[in-house]
Design a protein around this ligand. Structure first.
Ligand SMILES: Nc1ncnc2c1ncn2[C@@H]1O[C@H](COP(=O)(O)OP(=O)(O)O)[C@@H](O)[C@H]1O
Ligand SMILES: [Mg+2]
Ligand SMILES: [Zn+2]
Length: 306
């Protein structure tokens, strides 16, 4: 039985993708041809870094589909997808990000379409559709929380959960709704031991109706797998980066002015996500050893929430 490289559910026979999943990610029911090789990608990524509107630490390239959607093309400008190959320093990051983003979806966090693809030399890469480009090419305005907090890029770690809440209070069109979404994202990110959720990994975007709302989640991964010593949150919550538990999350919810009953429900939803998450971890493309570590991490963090 094969597992779909997009949704992580079983496919019929030995197929790598469900047709429906291909349609939702690429707009066509067959996988576009990939002529790009990992060894060429790193050079391309470095070359593109200055030209692309997206930046970040990990190597990445901007992609689009050919007009007939039959193959991927490198697209320094007007790319509709972002491709993140496996960096040389850390193994299995594409599989880790893919799984973590699926787990986020499972708890009801909004995510863009994404999946895993094989490069020409069989290396696995993570691909995500851009949430800031519409089908007709329109570009939505996006501001990350580092910009909104009026901080230079190098200060992306100089923030806190509370700062993110204040940013939404100030800029979101419907702060009450957006703050609950943010609470869910920060809670989830801690739950999967993501130590790299800094200010540039949250954004606000302006919808076509002119409303400022939280952008879908991106760049979520369990950093504790590649860096076992990495337990601490990049942004503290109620002054703490580690050893967070139920009491602290309720305090943070109080700061965010989320009524206690609603906060208890949000925490309960994260606890209830444990069992289905364990099944998704099992189905993922991580090697067995890392699956087992991932399961231990979410079990342990779930205990701290009870
Ligand atoms: N799906 C997406 N749509 C639009 N912009 C995105 C998307 N994913 C990431 N970005 C932008 O690209 C930047 C880098 O991507 P990210 O996944 O955070 O890479 P890195 O691991 O290098 O930090 C992000 O800070 C964000 O501004
Ligand atoms: Mg990032
Ligand atoms: Zn699928």
């Amino acid at each position: 039985m094969a597992i779909c490289r997009i949704c992580l559910r079983p496919t019929a026979g030995s197929r790598d993708y469900h047709s429906d999943c291909l349609v939702s990610l690429f707009g066509a029911d067959s996988l576009p041809r990939m002529d790009i090789e990992l060894r060429n990608l790193m050079g391309l990524a470095a070359e593109m870094a200055g030209k692309m509107s997206i930046s970040g630490v990990q190597e990445k390239v901007s992609l689009r589909l050919s007009d007939d959607k039959s193959c991927f093309e490198i697209a320094p400008a007007h790319g509709r997808y972002i491709l993140k190959p496996e960096p040389s320093r850390f193994a299995f990051l594409p599989q880790n990000e893919h799984l973590t983003m699926r787990l986020a979806e499972l708890v009801g966090i909004e995510v863009p379409p994404f999946g895993l693809v094989e490069l020409k030399d069989k290396a696995i890469a993570y691909v995500i559709k851009r949430f800031d480009r519409l089908e007709d090419g329109t570009k939505l305005q996006v501001e990350d929380f580092c910009q909104l907090g009026e901080k230079p890029m190098r200060d992306k770690y100089q923030g806190s959960g509370e700062l993110c809440v204040r940013i939404l209070r100030k800029y979101a069109s419907e702060p009450l709704i957006e703050i609950r979404k943010l609470f869910k994202m920060i809670l989830f990110s801690w739950w999967v031991s993501n130590g790299d959720q800094h200010l540039k990994n949250f954004s606000l975007m302006r919808t076509t109706e002119g409303r400022w709302q939280l952008a879908p989640a991106y760049d979520l991964l369990c950093t504790r797998l590649p860096i076992p010593s990495d337990h601490d949150l990049a942004l503290p919550v109620c002054g703490k980066r580690s050893n967070l538990g139920r009491r602290l999350w309720l305090d943070f919810a109080a700061y965010a002015r989320i009524p206690e009953r609603a906060a208890v429900r949000l925490i309960q939803e994260q606890i209830a996500a444990l069992e289905p998450s364990l099944r998704v971890i099992d189905a993922s493309f991580l090697p067995e050893e890392l699956k087992s570590q991932y399961r231990d991490i979410v079990r342990q963090n779930t205990e701290s929430l009870r």
